[in-house]
Design a protein around this ligand. Structure first.
Ligand SMILES: [Zn+2]
Length: 353
């Protein structure tokens, strides 16, 4: 998740959540004019999310979820523990991370496609693996995560967690014959100084898809999904929005722009049916600062529906973009619950109506 303009990001995502979980509270809060209205000057219309966020004690992990938890931990230990910081300032680590992903995907039976490009004279690569679809093979579902980390941090949560979750989904869907095509993609250069530039890996990737007239029907950006807390006031918001939100940072968030509204509601609807885990969602204009601050933004630029699945990163995680964003901070059990729920979401996107 990109770091710059953090406060505006905070405001943006808060707004996304408030439209869903506390529409009534929003009206009563006396939010500033800019926040109450979309940038086009139209009143912000809250969009209702289907189902309800899970409340209550989390059930025991199933046997499959325990295996998943262990796999997530082992992959993240390799990526963010052994390899560590990975970006163009550390090209050897960056290459080691790409090699680890290629090798892992290869072991699952995938042929890995490399999309190479250059940034400031240095070589970068996006990696993708495909599960071919059946009768709707031309319709493509992309699940992706950026595998670079910001300079100065091993990026365990941001975004090692998104990467190992994508690897886990690759493992789950390997060898399946879904109706639509699934692509698992690992993007380069999401972090500063490449964010929202022509050298951002996901933008290079999305533009190439559009140039090939590919029909991407859904894109999920898995971004920083490994930190949860049951402490009161562990979920931070700027004044005066604080009162409108859950104060406990124990949920996973589904965030999209208004054009991706159907994808947000469909995804969180399936998640809530399948996963006994708290969730919040929002769909608001994508040009509100912050709503698009990961790789899903790149897909919006070429008019594909795309959403971000996130633990909300800077609102909650004390080690966001710090050298202390290390593997011991990650809640592998809850992350396994989230990824297990995402398996149902992806399965529905591949085989549903
Ligand atoms: Zn980040």
């Amino acid at each position: 998740m990109a770091r710059t303009r953090f406060l505006r990001f905070t405001l943006g995502l808060c707004l996304a959540l408030v439209t869903v979980s506390a529409a009534e509270a929003q009206r009563g809060l006396g939010l500033g004019k800019r926040n109450r209205r979309s940038p086009q000057g139209l009143p912000m219309k809250p969009i209702e999310m289907p189902g309800e966020s899970y409340r209550g004690p989390l059930p025991e992990l199933t046997a499959a979820q325990r295996t998943l938890r262990d796999q997530l931990k082992s992959d993240l230990t390799r990526l963010a523990g052994v390899i560590g910081e990975r970006n163009l300032r550390n090209p050897e680590n960056y290459a080691a991370a790409a090699l680890f992903l290629e090798k892992s995907l290869g072991e699952m039976g995938y042929d890995v496609e490399r999309q190479e490009y250059r940034a400031g004279g240095q070589a970068c690569v996006n990696l993708s693996a495909t599960v071919a679809g059946g009768d709707r093979a031309d319709q493509i579902v992309v699940v992706g995560a950026h595998y670079d980390s910001l300079s100065g941090t091993p990026g365990a949560n941001d975004n090692g967690t998104g990467v190992v979750a994508t690897l886990a989904l690759a493992r789950m869907f390997a060898g399946q014959k879904p109706a639509r095509t699934l692509r698992l993609v690992f993007f380069a250069n999401e972090e500063s100084p490449y964010f929202q530039t022509s050298q951002m890996g996901s933008l290079v990737y999305a533009k190439a898809c559009r140039a090939k007239y590919e029909n991407i029907v859904a894109m999920l950006s898995l971004e920083t999904i490994g930190y949860y807390s049951d402490e009161k006031n562990s979920q931070q918001y700027p004044t005066p929005l604080r009162a409108a939100y859950p104060s406990t940072g124990n949920f996973i968030a589904f965030v999209g722009n208004t054009e991706s509204k159907e994808l947000v509601t469909r995804s969180i609807g399936v998640f809530r049916k399948q996963a006994k885990f708290p969730s919040e969602g929002g769909a608001v204009p994508g040009n509100i600062d912050g709503i698009g601050w990961s790789d899903h933004w790149a897909f919006w630029q070429v008019n594909y529906p795309a959403i971000m699945v996130t633990d909300t990163a800077p609102f909650r995680y004390p080690h966001y973009h710090q050298p202390s964003d290390t593997i011991d901070k990650i809640d592998y059990e809850r992350m396994a619950r989230v990824v297990s729920g995402l398996e149902s979401v992806v399965s529905d996107l591949l085989n549903g109506h």
